[in-house]
Design a protein around this ligand. Structure first.
Ligand SMILES: O=c1[nH]c(=O)c2[nH]c(=O)[nH]c2[nH]1
Length: 332
């Protein structure tokens, strides 16, 4: 009688009651397998593009998404044995995205991600974990003659919104909201002085420099209950603007990218109690003052330069930090 390995969690079936292909212990294949174990694994469909149109009479609303669905199955027999019977084909995953959008409509990226996770976990008992990434195309309703258009939209990519939802069987979903490619620049109210001085430093103190960055932010929700995900996304964006730009007339002084990043994160945690942690990245897109002092008066009469800057792509500084609530659970 062969000694069958029995370490997987699907009770010897492939999810539809059929027995699985098993490899008897003692076979050469089994012995070889014993030397290795899987690290991360999973499979899915990336970039499922979807436009959803919600029609209320002549007033139409759209949301366009690009969705990645990834599944992790309890068994690895697809990898190990070439046994495909548990595979929910990536094509089936793509179809599922369309069918769920048609059946339930689409509210927000976060809620659509939650719906996809619960669907796969409910439908297929051999799915251990679902990971969904939803990226939204930045359509805005067109304004015509200062009036909101009923059915025409403008692509306004000032920032890209995304959500990441993951759920393991018998666990609560992990819901993250995100924003990326938010590029901003200000021409004053940014300084960088008093930083570490030693024989490697050549950068002088700068009391008035250009500050430009491309913000990425990812935040985790401690709950989905009572959360308005659309409003939260706008609040996060407003907090970033608030701490980067300040009031329109005077602005706000930034002593460093580090400090501006921290103040934005702190404001977001202060304003949205359901966010338990936020991680932001702010690359420092350098704009260097061109040294005009080298040009002779025959070329330039006034060579003190506060007008012409040289944008530098590489290298760029990179500043990032994650801010978490202490004792998150007791505060909610
Ligand atoms: O805001 C800044 N932070 C830094 O850490 C840094 N380093 C640097 O060269 N310029 C800047 N600016």
């Amino acid at each position: 009688m062969p000694n069958w390995s029995n370490t997987d969690r699907t009770n010897g079936t492939n999810g539809n009651g059929k027995p699985k292909n098993r490899v008897p212990q003692g076979s050469l294949d089994y012995i070889n397998r014993d030397h290795y174990e899987f690290g991360k694994y999973g499979y899915g469909k990336n970039h499922v593009k979807l436009l959803h149109v919600f029609r209320r009479g002549s007033f139409h609303t759209i949301r366009e998404f690009e969705v990645d669905t990834h599944l992790k199955l309890y068994t690895k027999k697809d990898y190990l044995d070439g046994d495909n019977r548990d595979i929910i084909a990536t094509d089936t995953q793509k179809n599922t995205v369309f069918v769920l959008a048609k059946k339930h409509g689409i509210k927000t990226p976060e809620e659509f991600g939650l719906l996809i996770c619960s669907h796969f976990l409910y439908m297929y008992k051999h799915v251990e974990e679902v990971d969904v990434h939803v990226e939204e195309y930045p359509w805005e309703r067109l304004q015509a003659d200062e009036q909101a258009h009923n059915h025409a939209f403008l692509f306004s990519p000032s920032a890209i919104r995304f959500a990441v939802v993951s759920q393991k069987r018998n666990e609560s979903p992990v819901i993250k909201g995100g924003l990326k490619e938010l590029r901003v620049l200000k021409t004053t109210q940014s300084a960088f002085t008093d930083f570490y001085q030693d024989s490697y430093r050549t950068l002088p103190d700068d009391n008035d420099r250009i500050f430009s960055t491309v913000v990425t932010a990812v935040w985790e929700f401690s709950t989905a209950n009572g959360v308005n995900f659309d409003k939260t996304w706008l609040t996060v964006k407003d907090c970033i603007f608030d701490k980067f730009a300040g009031p329109p007339d005077k602005g706000i002084l930034s002593p460093s990218v580090q400090n501006t990043l921290y103040l934005a994160e702190k404001m977001i945690l202060d304003k949205v109690p359901q966010i338990s942690r936020i991680e932001m990245q702010m690359p420092n897109k350098h704009y260097l003052t061109v040294d005009m002092s080298k040009f002779p008066p025959s070329v330039l009469e006034n060579n003190e330069n506060k007008e012409v800057y040289h944008p530098i792509d590489k290298p760029s500084g990179i500043i990032y930090a994650e801010l978490l609530r202490k004792n998150t659970a007791s505060k909610l």
